[in-house]
Ligand binder design. Structure first.
Ligand SMILES: Cc1cn([C@H]2C[C@H](O)[C@@H](COP(=O)(O)OP(=O)(O)O[C@H]3O[C@H](C)C(=O)[C@H](O)[C@H]3O)O2)c(=O)[nH]c1=O
Length: 185
């Protein structure tokens, strides 16, 4: 596996080693020992899987308690995946990074705790799977506005007027009104 840096120090791109043959391909999508040695000492407690149609934007979500680190990848289609640094002590606080993840490029993104995360579906359909370093805690889940005027994420909307959002995401909070992110478990 290859680990690549992004413009935010702790957000990493992971390119797994793909073994192709006449049957198709094989790859290790997660190996605890390699992940801990090369990426982060976090362990995972929950796997998630979602399917979305083109133009859907899920996010930008974060939890103010039980903050979740996420190892994300796409198993069908393509998304533009975004992480926003919400760690007040970070020198990249309020900055974002975006990467195209697809079933074809097999790239993964490590989104550490303390980030808001979301993605825009670029293909007709996309299936998104990811590992989380803590449990879902709806009581402490927040949605940061996808088009926050301070963060200024450059979503590749292309011909889309605006993305398709859940009611929760339509009513997200602005960066300037962020609650204190609580690190405790
Ligand atoms: C996240 C989650 C949701 N749910 C239930 C709650 C709702 O009844 C239903 C759909 O939830 P939601 O609309 O929040 O799903 P997404 O919009 O895909 O949320 C995710 O979107 C972005 C991409 C993220 O990074 C987060 O992991 C996650 O918040 O699943 C659960 O039961 N467990 C869970 O861990």
């Amino acid at each position: 596996m290859k680990i690549k840096c992004t413009k935010i120090d702790s957000v990493k791109i992971i390119e797994p080693t793909v073994f192709g043959d006449e049957r198709g391909f094989f790859m290790e999508t997660w190996n605890d020992k390699k992940f801990r040695n090369l990426v982060s000492d976090k362990c995972f407690v929950q796997d998630n899987h979602s399917k979305s149609k083109k133009g859907i934007l899920r996010g930008l979500h974060f939890q103010t308690k039980n903050c979740q680190g996420k190892l994300v990848r796409v198993v069908q289609g393509e998304v533009f995946d975004v992480a926003v640094d919400l760690r007040k002590e970070s020198n990249t606080y309020g900055e974002w990074v975006g990467e195209y993840l697809s079933a074809d490029n097999k790239r993964q993104l490590w989104v550490p705790e303390g980030f808001a995360h979301g993605f825009l579906v670029m293909s007709e359909e996309a299936e998104f799977v990811y590992k989380c370093s803590d449990y879902y805690n709806p009581e402490f889940e927040q949605s940061l506005l996808w088009d926050d005027p301070v963060i200024k994420i450059e979503w590749p909307l292309n011909e889309l007027e605006s993305p398709i959002l859940s009611e929760k995401d339509k009513n997200g909070i602005s960066f300037l009104n962020l609650p204190k992110i609580i690190k405790e478990k």
